[in-house]
Design a binder for this molecule. Sequence first.
Ligand code: SF4
Ligand code: SF4
Length: 137
Amino acid sequence: MSVCRRIVLRFPKNLVEKPLVYHLVKDYDLKFNILRAKITPEEEGLLSLEIKGDKNNYSRGIDFLTKSGVTIEQLGQKIRKNEDLCTQCGLCVSVCPTPALAIDRKSREVIFDSNHCVTCEMCIKVCPVKAMEIKFD
Ligand code: SF4
Ligand code: SF4
């Protein structure tokens, strides 16, 4: 299944010069259009992209960027966690490539932090009760 996503990549100063986006094409067979690019006064790099490709490759590519230190924000669609349906099984935490899903040490509940979510939809795929949902703006 293929996906088309609009995302904003934030490169910290030490990564601005590295050709990380090139790996999306070379290693994950993704295509992208640059919508906007700029360097902030703090020398952080901002890159808005439209990315197309296989859904699994997209998730793997996002995982690669996140682990490399790039922060990713999704444009146009958001994931939400339906607390009424969630059974706190933790399956989604094990597949999430970002810190968006985590188990609270005290309560043992699964906490969703949308600020870290990159809408890769891995959690939607594995959730047995369909508690992770996608919403379009
Ligand atoms: S869509 Fe789900 S798995 Fe992907 S980053 Fe967001 S919370 Fe994590
Ligand atoms: S996989 Fe679904 S039911 Fe399990 S913790 Fe995540 S959201 Fe809740």
